[in-house]
Design a protein around this ligand. Structure first.
Ligand code: PLP
Length: 431
């Protein structure tokens, strides 16, 4: 595999951009390779600057559930673009997307558009604090909710991968209001709520965790969060930036039948454009400016091109059988990967929620971040590099989820399994 051009571009980029990248995990540090510079992508295929072709399981970290350049999405964006790019004034497209989203998720009565997942969670936390008039926030180790100060406590992916325990620049006076508990630990939640419930504004959780690898909620965990927050007058926030319209139409709250007070969305609802959103019951959302006193704003929020991409994407997801088919494909891939590892005598734990999947290099069940950290990162790196070499583009970290899109064909899945068989055998031998 020739990667000369990417290597040159990375050297150039480092002259002008910190670390050569605009988001840290893209630097591929933990897997010891130079990042590929991407030139284009179509369907489930992605092409780097040297012209190499890969089957893409990153999907821009989740948004591309239809694959790249889906014709209907492109058409809607192009039509919208003809009328201008941004007005900073309301447009009908914003109503259309808001209506689609509120119809899809039962607890979502009103929704506010922002420009990223980070903004969505940050604003939801502010709203929860403003609404409850309480200060503290509970989150879970290994869950990532974007990089707002309050939530940058023991966060997952980027931070876990780089081995930085939090971040300089985040004042202690801010994070002292945040409590981070082990994911799936119902008893820990009950204990903290019993002691501090009177000052807990909210519990925020990824209902299916995707930023410590993919970890499902244990039976009863989400229900316990619902009960505990209700009991103590705190809000439950589901951060469905990744899981929304990924694990099921709507999201994890539909899949697990638990209704949070506030929902954060992003990724898929922007169809590949920069988008985030947060919403919930009218009673709570009416506290946001201009209706209420909790301030939140955005120059480019509700951008017409982003709304168009979101509308076109969600329209496709409504088609009957869309999620069933995606689920089946993902199941087949997971089984194939597990088999490949088993054949090579390599211990892995593989699982998926809809088309969101995780492969951990450990024989243990993974129920929280501590479990995830027991993985063999050396094996993961070898696997990552081997797969890349065979034309399979995976997220460059053990602590990231993988995504299958409707553009992946049976042949693509089979080619991926075949690649994994040979890579697993290779690393099994040298292990
Ligand atoms: C990606 C992600 C975010 C952050 O979204 P950005 O658009 O990167 O700011 C927040 N929460 C979860 C669960 C995510 O997966």
């Amino acid at each position: 595999m020739k990667t000369q051009k990417s290597i040159e571009l990375f050297e150039q980029a480092q002259n002008f951009i910190p670390g050569g990248v605009n988001s840290p995990v893209r630097a591929c540090k933990s897997v010891g390779v130079s990042p590929l510079f991407i030139e284009r992508a179509i369907g489930c295929k992605i092409y780097d600057a040297d012209g190499n072709e890969y089957i893409d399981y990153v999907g821009s970290w989740g948004p591309m559930i239809l694959g790249h350049l889906h014709p209907d999405v492109v058409k809607k964006i192009t039509q919208t673009l003809d009328n201008g790019m941004s007005f900073g004034a309301p447009t009908e497209l914003e109503i259309e997307l808001a209506e689609m989203l509120t119809e899809s998720i039962s607890g979502l009565e009103k929704i506010r558009m922002v420009n990223s997942g980070t903004e969505a969670t940050m604003s939801a936390i502010r709203l929860a604090r403003g609404f409850t008039k309480k200060e503290m926030v509970i989150k879970f180790d290994g869950c990532y909710h974007g990089h707002a100060d309050t939530l940058l406590v023991q966060a997952g992916s980027g931070i876990a991968t780089l081995g930085i325990p939090g971040s300089p620049g985040v004042p202690e006076s801010i994070v002292k209001h945040t409590i981070s508990l082990p994911f799936n630990d119902i008893e820990a939640v009950k204990k903290v709520m019993a002691e501090k419930g009177g000052n807990i504004a909210c519990i925020i959780v990824e209902p299916v965790a995707g930023n410590m690898g993919m970890v499902k909620p244990a039976p009863g965990f989400l229900k316990a969060l619902r009960e505990e927050t209700t009991k103590h007058g705190s809000l439950l926030i589901f951060d469905e930036v990744m899981t929304g319209f990924r694990v099921a139409f709507g999201g994890a709250q539909v899949l697990y039948d638990i209704e949070p007070d506030l929902t954060c969305l992003g990724k898929i609802i922007g169809g590949g454009m920069p988008v985030g959103a947060y919403g919930g019951k009218k009673e709570i959302m009416d506290n946001i400016a201009p209706d209420g006193p909790v301030y939140q704003a955005g120059t480019l929020s509700g951008n017409p091109i982003a709304m168009a991409a979101g509308i076109a994407t969600i329209s496709q997801l409504k088609q009957p059988g869309f999620y069933e088919e995606l689920d089946k494909k993902t199941e087949k891939l997971c089984n194939g990967l597990k088999q490949a590892a088993d054949n090579a005598g390599i211990k892995v734990t593989v699982d998926h929620a809809g088309s969101m999947m995780g492969l951990f290099f450990t024989g243990n069940d993974v129920n929280n971040f501590d479990d995830a950290k027991t993985c063999d990162l050396g094996l993961f790196s070898a696997y990552y590099r081997g797969m890349l070499d065979k034309g399979i583009y995976l997220a460059p970290s053990q602590f990231e989820a993988g995504f299958v899109s409707s553009a992946h064909s049976e042949d693509d899945i089979e080619a991926t399994i075949k690649a994994a068989e040979s890579v697993m055998e290779e690393i099994g031998r040298s292990h």
